[in-house]
Design a protein around this ligand. Structure first.
Ligand code: ASP
Length: 334
């Protein structure tokens, strides 16, 4: 789809699938549909007013339900984003994605895209065929954000339900609501409505050009373990036995670990596994030497990163060959 408004910003839309491209046999159906089946041209065709906002070029990078997102596709997507943003005739990128793992992809790109130009992810909670589908307006708003000069140097953004979120902060908080995305600690960066974009705060931590991390097709194996009443050490021991390089623990409260997990952590660290404490709570941050003695356990803390994002950062840091003694600084910085 090409617009004749040659002075408009040039935005590449990269489609990966998700519910925004989902199809159900019945317009009243908002679950039990098939994600990632509607092509990018049809998605763009449903929003004719995009032509007033940007000159758009579209690519179908994948057609998946984002529950199946994997490092190989991250590598393809990241390489494509970096190649497009290096072109003088591209001013920004919109990525359509499933909501399930959107926050992981967004944070990964936040740390591995090397450009000041806007990269904006969007998605939908209702399939393209649904009554009151939210995808078309989310797509228009995402392109509006990507086309805005105010979005430069803000890292990777998520435009969803009229809000603009930082990739590091945002998380999916509902299985069905159209306002599913929140940034529990900092709140949204800003908003987009009726063609207007306003940022109310900017991103403080380093990202994109100021992040040293690169995406590579093979990331070190890092798994997630949860602590809960009656937790056993079987999962940690099994992951260590298969040779994982890192473990993220989704601890209770302030990243606290069931006492049965503490010795397992010490044993894992002795085997050279990097262990990061995060929280399963969904908001707040994990304090070093707070709810568990990190100095004694040999563990690291994730701060405000949720377990899934802590895993992304740990994979990138290990992939970059970060020394064990430097890993906590990485978590405190990015
Ligand atoms: N399972 C879908 C996906 O993540 C959910 C969605 O997009 O809302 O692709």
């Amino acid at each position: 789809m090409n617009s004749s408004h040659t002075s408009l910003p040039r935005i590449a839309v990269l489609a990966t699938g998700g519910t925004i491209a989902g199809e159900a046999g019945d317009a009243a159906k908002t679950s039990g549909y098939k994600a990632g089946v509607v092509g990018v041209d049809k998605l763009l065709g449903a929003v004719p007013s995009l032509a007033q906002v940007a000159q758009i070029q579209a690519e179908q990078v994948a057609s998946i339900d984002s529950k199946d997102m994997a490092p190989a596709l991250w590598a393809t997507l990241c390489a494509r984003v970096n190649a497009l943003l290096a072109q003088d005739d591209i001013d920004g990128i919109v990525i359509t994605h499933g909501t399930d793992t959107l926050e992981e992809t967004a944070y990964l790109l936040h740390l591995t895209v090397k450009s000041e130009k806007p990269v904006v992810l969007t998605a939908a909670m209702r399939p393209a065929t649904a009554l009151s589908a939210d995808g078309p307006l989310n797509l228009l708003n995402a392109v509006t954000v990507a086309a805005s000069r105010a979005s430069w140097k803000q890292g990777v953004l998520v435009a969803f339900n009229n809000q603009i979120h930082c990739a590091r902060d945002v998380t999916k908080t509902s299985t069905y609501a159209v306002d599913a995305f929140r940034s529990p600690e900092g709140g949204a960066l800003g908003w987009v409505q009726d063609g207007q974009v306003e940022f109310q705060r900017s991103v403080v931590r380093p990202h994109t050009l100021h992040s040293p991390f690169q995406m590579s097709a093979e990331l070190p194996a890092v798994e997630i373990v949860v602590s809960y009443a009656g937790a056993s050490r079987a999962a940690i021991d099994a992951f260590v036995a298969i040779g994982v390089k890192g473990l993220v623990i989704a601890g209770t409260g302030n990243g606290s670990l069931h006492s049965t997990l503490q010795q397992a952590v010490v044993d894992a660290v002795k085997q050279g596994v990097a262990v990061v404490r995060s929280s399963r709570v969904g908001a707040g941050h994990v304090m070093r030497n707070g709810a568990a003695p990190d100095d004694a356990l040999g563990s690291l803390t994730a701060g405000a990163l949720n377990p899934y994002k802590a895993r992304v950062l740990l994979m990138l840091a290990l992939s970059a060959g970060t020394a064990p003694a430097d890993l906590q600084r990485v978590f405190d910085t990015y």
